[in-house]
Design a protein around this ligand. Sequence first.
Ligand SMILES: Cc1cc2nc3c(=O)[nH]c(=O)nc-3n(C[C@H](O)[C@H](O)[C@H](O)COP(=O)(O)OP(=O)(O)OC[C@H]3O[C@@H](n4cnc5c(N)ncnc54)[C@H](O)[C@@H]3O)c2cc1C
Length: 452
Amino acid sequence: MDTKNADLAALRDALGERLVTEATIVNGYENDSSRAVFTGATLGLVLAETADDVSLALAWAHERGIPVSIRGAGTGLVGGAKAYDGGLIVSLERMNQIVSVSPDDRLAVVQPGVITAELDAAAHEHGLFFPPDPASARTSTVGGNIATNAGGLRCVAHGVTSDWVSALTVVLADGRILRTGALTRKNVVGYDLTRLFVGSEGTLGVIVEAAVRLESLPEGDPVTFWAEFDGLAEAGAAVTEIVNSPARPEVLELLDALTVQIIEDVFPSGMRIPAGALLVGQTVGSDAAKHAETILDISRRLGASAAQIAADDSLVEARRMSNPALSARGLKVSCDVGVPVSALAEVFTGIAAIAERHGIEVASVAHAGDGNLHCKVAAPDTPAGLAQADALIDDITRLALSLNGTITGEHGIGLVKHHELPWQLDEVALDVQRAIKRTLDPRDILTPGRAV
Ligand SMILES: Cc1cc2nc3c(=O)[nH]c(=O)nc-3n(C[C@H](O)[C@H](O)[C@H](O)COP(=O)(O)OP(=O)(O)OC[C@H]3O[C@@H](n4cnc5c(N)ncnc54)[C@H](O)[C@@H]3O)c2cc1C
């Protein structure tokens, strides 16, 4: 395929100024927030405004076998939205309308480029909220969240994005438009294609509209609590007991001492630096205070050196700053693994041993209630430095797998984790995944070589 000479005229005729080729603009859409950096040259960028724009672009690319990268806000951490040399970029950022909010049905219909926190805010006006809340909620898009099946802070109580998607409109690789699901609470017609597209990381189609479920806002204000531990393993053991207790936290996050120190250095807010780990969480509803006290009791019984109700929710806000703070300090090489909650203490003990063996400091943040960990390490921007950091992260990933865990809990596979796929999926599983991909995208134009 000679992509350099590919004929853009037909696409330009159809899309007008919505097809952009000026390098200074296109460059801003070529990378995501991972360290997979694009170095090639793209054919152009489609700033889609309608499903028909997307359909036209994909049909054009399909006919010519041109690779397409799909972009929401580019906050992805695994290189999924990175551009392709000689490829087309389809951006959904202009499709950013909340089409409707139906309080009686607790449903919202949205375009894919709506910012997650804006959907949540719109739902609040009706006494409702959108439960999935990745720490990037103020910048990521709902389409990107659906494509990655994003998790977040509230997922310990409400599940992940797939639990909140009711129906989708998807443009397939050849430009056809597919509608999945229904606006009902229950629907068992045919295979569950909605779930198939959730988490498909841009490899099966472009999500151009979504009907998402909303939840009633809990009564009163959330109660924020914190507990300090001398070690991560002790904190992990406390989390296991907390999630199995009647106290149902809506948020249960764990930060190691290094992470707290770095957040405090970069975004000072007066946080105390724990000796080992800080557990931060929230309870909601009419029994919020009672549940928070139960959690504090469990924490104290399992070794917390200090534990109390916080005056406000600033600790949860500080937790949201962990990723930017760690990145600002050069801890850019990260992983996203999951383990069963019962294995939390063991995984933290294992991570400490791996860090010692490699002689590199590891910062850990966890959506602890879900057993979902993000470990970050610093690496000099040299091939040798990055290889050393990658080797450490690989060891953590293998440790998680040995504890019946997963190689990614929420960020997805993309490009960055593609080599890890066979560590978790056997031949049969890989075969079935790739057969689905071939059926829906026989020319392999959508986000090729990533995710599956
Ligand atoms: C500071 C920070 C904190 C984060 N915290 C969390 C967290 O708590 N939980 C979590 O899960 N993730 C987190 N992330 C990762 C990231 O925000 C999520 O993966 C998010 O869902 C990506 O959304 P996006 O709109 O930026 O998508 P992009 O990065 O643009 O794309 C992500 C993937 O989805 C595909 N895609 C995007 N839009 C569409 C569409 N409309 N149709 C089909 N495919 C599409 C892309 O091709 C790509 O493969 C964090 C990232 C940052 C930078």
